[in-house]
Each structure stands twice: as structure tokens, then as C-alpha cells.
Design a protein around this ligand. Structure first.
Ligand code: FE2
Ligand code: FE2
Length: 255
């Protein structure tokens, strides 16, 4: 069975570029399941009803988020209404939404967990503990984690700690694809960061001139989406649905 995971889709242009190419990509890589990180899919970050619809229309079976989950206050209710829209599982009890989803394909089930790192991000609950708790409730061997984190060290430790217990650990959040895709312990597909989907020559999707003024002068600016050509970053994992073992992980860059 094959799963494609698409890195943080940025704004309307990222959603549209994905929509224009996803059918061809799914066909080319013979994809059965599509997972997408949508935390930046709305203009100005976060996710809205309309960006959720765009990603759903792309065929996303599950949509993960991260530190921008709740950026759009008017859309927070979506996390309770849409069963396949996740926010990090290690938010404290009482926060709207959920961090786990089981996709039922009939012949098999595939579980998704979204978690967030705590290094250089909000100090929410311990992600190791939260994922451990989630795993104790899952019976399918097919389990994928979107670990949304800043520090490469924290992502590597999550990959190491859950090796052999999950089918894949995909890092997100930095918007820069890393070249370290590997199979850990002959079981777990891993990559430190999947990258992003949106304008390639940009600062994480933002217009480079504007982002540089902010970085150079520490002066408040209004971020604008870059108008440069878009690309898609993702990974494809081939796995054995009987054992949950990943056979192969491939990085995808589609321009
Ligand atoms: Fe992001
Ligand atoms: Fe993020």
C-alpha cells in the first residue's frame, strides 16, 4: 500500500498548485492514501472552511496542522466538526479537536497522529508521552505520525523512540525539505522535514523582500505571499499493510 504525505501547503496558491497536480502525482506513484499538512493553507496561516474544502477536494484523507492550528479563530469549530482534521495531540485536555484519526479502508485501517515539538515552540504537553498514550489505544499496525517541530534533534529523537512501533514519522514545520529520508529499524519510514507546497523562491512561502525587511531591521511588516512559481514537497511511503512495516520512502519535489 502507498501513502503520500504532502508538506505544509501555503495559502491559496499552494492549494491551487496542489489541486492542479495531485491527480497526476497520485497516478504516477500509485497512491492509495493522501495526507496533507494544512496549517498554512489559509491566507495568513491557519486553516479555514474554504482551505479545508480545497484540500479535501484534492483528495486528502487526513489533514494535519501544527502551531498555526488555531490561528483563524473563526474556524476553530472545524476541528470538532471534521473527523479527519487534526491538531497536535499534545495540547492540554480541554482544547478543541483531536490529534488522532483512524482511516477505515475496509480491508485495513490506517491511523494518523499529529503531534508538536516543544523546543522553540509553545511548551505544551510532552509529545513522547502523548504519542505513547495514543499508541496504547490503536490496534492497527499501520500508524503514521506528523511531528510538527522546529528542532531537528527533537524530530530525530521522536523518530528513534517510535522506531518499530509506527510505519512512518514525518517532520513538518520548517518548510524546508531535508535529504535524510530513511527506514529506521527495518520498519519505520522517517524524514526530518517533508518541506512545503507553495512558492519555491520565498521565505517559507512569504515574499522574500518583505520577510527580509523584518529579519534585517526588526521592523513590523505585513507578510504577503510570494508570487514566485510554486512547487510541491512530499514523500511517498510504500508499506506492508499486514505488518505496518515501511518498505521504502521517497522524497517528492514537483515543480
Ligand atoms: Fe507551516
Ligand atoms: Fe508550523
Amino acid at each position: 500500500m502507498r501513502l503520500m504525505f504532502i508538506g505544509d501547503v501555503v495559502s491559496k496558491r499552494g492549494c491551487e498548485f496542489l489541486a492542479n497536480h495531485i491527480l497526476d502525482l497520485k497516478k504516477e506513484y500509485e497512491i492509495d492514501i493522501l495526507a496533507v499538512n494544512g496549517e498554512n493553507s489559509a491566507p495568513g496561516n491557519g486553516i479555514t472552511k474554504s482551505s479545508l474544502e480545497m484540500l479535501t477536494n484534492c483528495g486528502a484523507d487526513v489533514i494535519t496542522t501544527g502551531n498555526h492550528s488555531f490561528k483563524r479563530r473563526e474556524s476553530v469549530h472545524l476541528y470538532d466538526e471534521c473527523e479527519y482534521l487534526l491538531r497536535p495531540i499534545n495540547y492540554p485536555d480541554g482544547v478543541v479537536g483531536k490529534g488522532m484519526y483512524i482511516l477505515d479502508l475496509g480491508r485495513t485501517q490506517v491511523a494518523f497522529i499529529n503531534a508538536m515539538g516543544v523546543i522553540y515552540l509553545e511548551p505544551i504537553d510532552n509529545p513522547f508521552t502523548a504519542i505513547d498514550n495514543a499508541l496504547s489505544k490503536i490496534s492497527t499496525p499501520n500508524i503514521f505520525i506528523d511531528f510538527h517541530a522546529e528542532a531537528t534533534s527533537e524530530k530525530k529523537c521522536i523518530g528513534h523512540y517510535f522506531t518499530g512501533r509506527v510505519t512512518g514519522v514525518f517532520g513538518t514545520h520548517t518548510h524546508v525539505q531535508t535529504a535524510d529520508e530513511m527506514i529506521l529499524g527495518d520498519h519505520t519510514a522517517y524524514i526530518t522535514d517533508v518541506g512545503m507546497t507553495g512558492p519555491e523562491r520565498s521565505v517559507l512561502g512569504v515574499d522574500s523582500d518583505i520577510a527580509t525587511v523584518k529579519m534585517r531591521l526588526h521592523f513590523p511588516v505585513m507578510f504577503e505571499e510570494s508570487k514566485e512559481p510554486c512547487f510541491i514537497n512530499g514523500v511517498v511511503v510504500d508499506f506492508d499493510e499486514q505488518t505496518g512495516k515501511a518498505r521504502d520512502i521517497k522524497r517528492i519535489i514537483k515543480r
